[in-house]
Design a protein around this ligand. Structure first.
Ligand code: SF4
Ligand code: SF4
Length: 199
């Protein structure tokens, strides 16, 4: 009986000892960080330059389309496993000229896998280093890269390098329009895209 009580008291004291020791052990780690250089930054107020400029070239940010070098082949649309991209290509019956009527990317659904950009033969669709697209309307995450008149498709010419827009420029131009760019004929009641984005 006495030995049972002694065992229980010993276990009780060991538990207290362990609790005190582990508390000090944890606090020692915490305190040690008070004397180290902070690894965190006050974003976005206290950064030396925009985060976009510090990201590697291969960073998979928001997609953009340089419509000036898009052939309208729709390989990107077919490669996307979750139908984020909607392209419509028209053809002039008299001149047989093809043109982009629509090139939409539904950023809200995109999982940034890069399959579309890998499928593109000209590099027209590619990721940017932009990532901030928080918005209070899903409509604004449906980016229209043909916001106005149809755009003639690019026809590659032998030994002629295409003129490309600087990376990020098409996206910034479209983002500036995005609050008003969604097509009213697609959403006459002003609602979000049915089912969320292109079909
Ligand atoms: S990055 Fe992936 S999910 Fe996003 S549009 Fe391209 S293929 Fe689709
Ligand atoms: S972005 Fe590239 S893959 Fe997509 S339609 Fe244009 S050329 Fe084809």
């Amino acid at each position: 009986m006495v030995s049972t009580v002694q065992t229980a008291v010993g276990q009780y004291l060991r538990n207290i000892s362990n609790a005190v020791f582990s508390t000090f052990e944890g606090m020692a780690v915490t305190m040690s960080w008070m004397f180290r250089r902070p690894m965190t930054i006050q974003y976005p107020d206290k950064i030396e330059k925009p985060i976009e400029e510090t990201l590697p070239d291969c960073y998979r940010g928001i997609l953009e389309v340089d419509t000036g070098v898009c052939t309208g082949c729709t390989a990107c649309m077919k490669a996307c496993p979750i139908q984020c991209i909607r392209i419509e290509v028209g053809k002039n019956a008299e001149t047989a000229e093809r043109f982009l009527q629509r090139f939409d990317i539904y950023v809200a659904r995109c999982m940034f896998c890069g399959l579309c950009s890998e499928a593109c033969p000209t590099g027209a669709i590619h990721h940017t280093s932009h990532f901030e697209i928080a918005n209070d309307k899903l409509d604004n995450l449906l980016l229209h890269y043909v916001p106005g008149e149809p755009i003639p498709v690019y026809k590659p010419k032998k030994d002629v390098e295409p003129v490309r827009q600087p990376k990020g420029q098409p996206y910034l131009a479209v983002r500036a329009l995005c609050a008003h760019a969604w097509r009213k004929e697609d959403h006459p009641d002003g609602s979000a895209p049915a089912g969320g984005g292109p079909k």
